[in-house]
Design a protein around this ligand. Sequence first.
Ligand SMILES: Cc1cc2nc3c(=O)[nH]c(=O)nc-3n(C[C@H](O)[C@H](O)[C@H](O)COP(=O)(O)OP(=O)(O)OC[C@H]3O[C@@H](n4cnc5c(N)ncnc54)[C@H](O)[C@@H]3O)c2cc1C
Length: 477
Amino acid sequence: MADGNKVVKVGSPERPLRVAIIGSGPSGFYAAEALLNAKDLAVQVDMFDRLPTPYGLVRGGVAPDHQKIKNVTMVYEKIAARPAFRFFGNVMLGRDIQVDDLRRHYDHIVYAVGNESDRRLKVPGEDLKGSHSATAFVGWYNGHPDWRKEDFDLSQESAAVIGIGNVAIDVTRILAEDVEVLAKTDMARHAVEALRGSRVKTVWLLGRRGPVQAAFSPAELKELCELHSSDLVVREDELKLDEVSRAALEKDPEAKKNYDLLVQQAKKGEGSRPRKICLRFCVSPTELIEGNGRVAKMKLEINQLVADGKGGLKAQGTGQTEVIDAGLVFRSVGYHGVPIPGVPFDAKAGHIPNKDGRVLDDKAAVVAGAYVVGWAKRGPSGLIGTNRADSVLTVKAMLEDVAKLSAPVEESKTPEAALATVKARQPDFVTFQDWKLLETLELSRGKQSGKIREKFTTVAEMLEAIKKARQEACLVK
Ligand SMILES: Cc1cc2nc3c(=O)[nH]c(=O)nc-3n(C[C@H](O)[C@H](O)[C@H](O)COP(=O)(O)OP(=O)(O)OC[C@H]3O[C@@H](n4cnc5c(N)ncnc54)[C@H](O)[C@@H]3O)c2cc1C
């Protein structure tokens, strides 16, 4: 029986530190790992995700033909198996539970909610039919329930991808790759079927600045050069460098690798494969042009590179324009966070304001017991591994704060009390054991159809499958 009066050190065996982590992507799992590994700390970690499935963008973002990268989930599984860890899937903060509920049951809240929305181009015609965000396309081909109902008209012969970061390269590769290569992966069935009927012959890949400023990595660029059924076409005249770019190239080995690959590729000319990826530098879309009730063409302005006043270069329009065919358009110009009720949000920056992972309110004061990790903390930059060191830093701040924390042993701050609230608010919550049942089904469905995995792609389907699997395994929640 809890003693309401006695004040004890939080993080002691008598009164473990209770942490709610919101979001089960890489940053959430790395925060859990750092907490569970902390010396001399008794801790209980509950992780929540709005989806019944864990792993965030590792499941819903990383491209299906990059399976090796997804093996990182084996590390997350080990974290989830720790006795002080619980998973509550299908529980959304702001919908099923509120920040006040979390405050009642936990000492610390860690927001690991990523950047789930995207930035807009802000050009005329952006909302025409056929103009989409890369987020929607990526979510659709990866079987994310939010994007299950999206419809992409792949009967168009020309598509344009705006942006030249790694996500833009993923989108381009999926449009240009031989679909039978993708059919063996964990790509959602609806996407494989739609891509089988694709008539896309040209994919424009459009960068605002020059080859040295491109954000793609050499590995991603190399893959584009080596596709089965597409040629990457690079214009030699767009590889000419100004002095600042040339100097930057010498200091940046990644940019140098990119540049050397591009020079080699430009020499190959148009190639003879049925599809073309036309990579263009120093162009910005200024208008999406309508034809037959949908996007049909895109107006581009040619840019020049000028000093940005910080030692780098920025794109500046020259007034010179050209028009390309583009019956499908995907914008990939950055991600943006989604505000959650009761959680501070910097609408301009698109993420949760913080100092070293401690959440700040609108007056820049620290919000006690609130922390942030991953893309929600620093914006949409960094690979999966980047989130590990970043989460460790936030946990360092949490441990400094907990060292000063004493509290009574309260009945509300127990695993049982938190579970009762979750049960009351979202009876269809999903445990990690449930997820493993679902995963076994996905793997066996995949095996039957010669794929790595056949994902469930709606929440209703997932919950139904879990319910049946539980009954068969005679499990109670
Ligand atoms: C298309 C794409 C491809 C990528 N490919 C690679 C790659 O090949 N290799 C690589 O190293 N990196 C890749 N990355 C980067 C990598 O995915 C990110 O660094 C990483 O996923 C960020 O982790 P996170 O935990 O901050 O966010 P996320 O992975 O986005 O996780 C956020 C989680 O929070 C949950 N959530 C959101 N709101 C709520 C709420 N209100 N309540 C409960 N849960 C909520 C979401 O469902 C999600 O599970 C890619 C990114 C993208 C966008």
